[in-house]
Design a protein around this ligand. Structure first.
Ligand code: GLU
Length: 305
């Protein structure tokens, strides 16, 4: 069964870019009669207070983006991630890393313009004595040794994408030194547990996808289909920012109706030929990935107010 999801990290209010992502994920799934889920990615409870997570659910409900099961909360699922970490340790090399933030910065190998730095592999060859010694001073993070091979996939919107993890990120973190499991691991476990077949999310996460595919393969999980949507910009093509005023949904809903907001997003995404109010249901028959711009989605006018 087609299963889609929206998985916000509520470290702030959902902004119009998140709403666009939720809408497109919902439309892609529901237009094919699929089951739709919501997951709260509050892995780091200090960054994602419960109040903001509840507000995110409330916003999605207000927009009319219905879901079919109780939302999953990542903060409840530590045991699942621990089990997956154990399995990974059996399937590949997982090792402790004692590098501090400052050491990491100093040792990152340069990597041709990519935003994420490449880990040099500094702690990969520590002896058991060195590990014992360092563990007394500092709790390590855990890293997964990555293979020197290309991982390729086809994105519904961005087309072909390929990366060699050894060159683009190096051995990556599965659990942070503060004990919090890495987003990459949690996403893969949760999508598999929920039977997610299609992942729709922001294009900023595209570089993480080969890491997640690698984890899926090691854990024996099926690989979902992916669609990475572009950044939502203001009418001038600039990144939305504080300058645009308060663009939380509660602020927008004081100025626009639900259908006006959905219509604005639907027009920006290329689904409506003009800006007019529309419900999410009204956009269902109009939805197609072919209509969605792949580089940038511009709002029809600025939201400052
Ligand atoms: N939680 C991530 C975000 O809010 C999205 C993760 C995903 O959809 O896989 O950007």
């Amino acid at each position: 069964m087609i299963t889609g999801r929206f998985a916000p990290s509520p470290s702030g209010y959902l902004h119009p870019g998140n709403l666009l992502c939720a809408l497109l994920a919902w439309l892609s799934c529901r237009s094919r009669g699929g089951r739709f889920l919501v997951r709260i990615e509050d892995l780091d409870p200090n960054r994602c207070p419960r109040r903001l997570s509840l507000q995110a659910l409330q916003d999605l409900r207000w927009l009319g983006l219905t879901w079919d099961e109780e939302p999953l909360w990542q903060s409840d699922r530590t045991e699942v991630y621990r089990g997956a970490l154990d399995r990974l340790s059996g399937a590949a090399r997982v090792y402790p890393c004692f590098c501090t933030r400052a050491e990491l910065h100093a040792s990152f190998a340069p990597n041709l313009g990519d935003v994420n730095p490449v880990y040099s592999g500094k702690c990969r060859c520590l002896t058991p004595e060195e590990i014992r010694e360092r563990s007394r001073l500092r709790r390590p993070s855990l890293r997964l040794q990555v293979p020197d091979e290309t991982i390729a996939f086809s994105d519904a919107l961005q087309g072909g994408y390929a990366a060699n993890l050894a060159e683009t990120c190096g051995d990556f973190i599965l659990r942070r030194s503060d004990g919090i499991f890495a987003y990459q691991l949690a996403v893969v476990c949760d999508d598999a547990a929920s039977g997610v077949t299609e992942v729709v999310r922001g294009r900023d996460i595209l570089p993480s996808t080969p890491m997640q595919i690698h984890l899926c393969r090691l854990l024996g999980f099926p690989q979902p289909a992916y669609a990475h949507i572009p950044l939502l910009t203001d009418s001038q093509g600039r990144r939305l920012s504080k300058r645009d005023g308060d663009i939380s949904l509660s602020a927008l809903s004081r100025r626009f109706t639900r259908d006006e907001i959905v219509g604005m997003l639907g027009f920006a995404a290329g689904l409506l030929p003009e800006v007019r109010p529309a419900s999410p249901e009204a956009l269902l028959p109009l939805f197609s990935w072919e209509k969605i711009p792949k580089d940038e989605v511009r709002l029809p006018f600025d939201l400052a107010g």
